[in-house]
Design a protein around this ligand. Structure first.
Ligand SMILES: *Cc1c(COP(=O)(O)O)cnc(C)c1O
Length: 365
């Protein structure tokens, strides 16, 4: 059988999303046999020396990159961010106690709805009546005295908004869903009680959920929880109460190593800012393209914009796909266009999109 020349398009998909090409090459290179192991990473025991090393290195690199101290557990779980919507309140909330939620988009709403099964939810700020085109300012937040925690979504993947800086107000521990922007810029984890992310947008393949949680929060966990839903059980067992997603953790480890090699989170942020600036400048240049998020709330990761008509939007997506620019359709709930330009998305890919946008406007505008 003839092998075709490798052809990779620019993947603007929102998730699962683009991974660094060097990581994919490494996976391919070592897939049949891990060096010094002689087995594929797909075949090894989660209790083997080789996997111990993979897990320990991934945790060490994450701690290094994000400055995570020993006061926090780093947990490698499953079930996606969506399971964290339930696990957070199951572990931190109880009937008769209150948690504050800030509604900045569809994911935040889902998180709040799930928490309402386990305790009282107070919506301490929302921008829903404005169509979620911005995140609130810190002084719009009205935290509840005595709340168990305050929940925020750092980047709103669907609406293309992101907190320029994540606010910490009040005294309750802050819990942040960082699924679509973890490690896109330097982060001070010590300001938060717990952060969680499904890996498949910015740090690895699907199947892995990362939780960084302060050790104090894990101590009070309810003793009646199912083992698989308890942070303290996961922590006691080093994320191996049962079989973890070995392959996803391995690839995530390679992504973390790549982040270290390129120069860490400061360099990552510089690259992300260059990419976002290039793209937003193209959106703002004429009236033909219209950004949907308020300027101060614009996301570094997901740029959402519209064209004058839906028909033009469909044509834009179709023609872009032909040109090797894939995944530019907005989320099905909001329509329009969305370019997801996560950490691993290359700058040349943004340049290609910007060029396509100018050409499309010239011929169709
Ligand atoms: C994608 C996404 C989720 C859902 O993630 P799953 O891992 O599929 O459950 C939750 N929150 C945010 C901010 C997301 O972008």
């Amino acid at each position: 059988m003839a092998t075709s020349v490798m052809h990779r398009v620019y993947n603007f998909g929102a998730g699962p999303a683009v991974l660094p090409e060097s990581v994919l090459e490494q996976v391919k290179h070592d897939l049949l046999s891990l060096p010094k192991v002689g087995m594929s990473v797909l075949e090894i025991s989660h209790r083997s020396v080789a996997f111990n090393h993979i897990l320990e290195q991934a945790e060490a690199d994450l701690r290094m990159l994000a400055g995570v101290s020993e006061s926090y557990h780093v947990l490698f779980l499953q079930g996606g961010a969506s399971l964290q919507f339930a696990m957070v309140p199951m572990n931190l909330l109880s009937q008769g106690s209150v948690a504050d939620y800030v509604l900045t988009g569809a994911w935040a709403k889902k998180a709040a709805a799930e928490a309402a099964h386990f305790g009282e939810v107070n919506i301490c700020a929302t921008t829903e009546n404005e169509g979620f085109i911005r995140v609130p300012t810190a002084d719009e937040l009205r935290p509840t005295r005595g709340a168990k925690y305050l929940h925020l979504t750092s980047n709103n993947t669907i609406f293309g908004t992101q907190w320029p800086e994540i606010p910490t107000v009040g005294t309750a521990p802050v819990v942040v869903d960082v699924s679509s922007d973890l490690l896109c810029r330097p982060v001070d984890v010590s300001r938060f009680g717990l952060v969680y992310a499904g890996a498949q947008k910015n740090i690895g393949p699907a199947g892995l959920t990362l939780v960084i949680v302060h050790k104090d929060l894990v101590k009070h966990g309810s003793k009646s929880l199912p083992m698989m839903l308890s942070y303290s059980v996961a922590a006691e067992h080093g994320s191996r109460y049962n079989t973890p997603p070995v392959f996803s953790i391995y690839v995530c480890g390679l992504v973390l190593k790549w982040l270290r090699e390129i120069g860490g989170l400061a360099e990552m942020e510089a690259r992300n800012r260059r990419k976002a600036t290039l793209l937003y400048n193209a959106i703002d240049r004429t009236e033909f393209y219209r950004g949907t998020a308020q300027t101060e709330s614009r996301s570094l990761m997901n740029a959402t914009f519209r064209l004058p008509t839906e028909e033009l939007e469909h044509r834009f997506i179709d023609q872009a796909t032909v040109e090797g620019l894939s995944g530019l359709g907005g989320h099905r709930s909001v329509g329009g266009l969305r370019a997801s330009i996560y950490n691993a998305f290359p700058e040349v890919g943004v340049a290609a999109l910007v060029e396509f946008m100018a050409e499309f406007e010239r011929t169709q505008g």
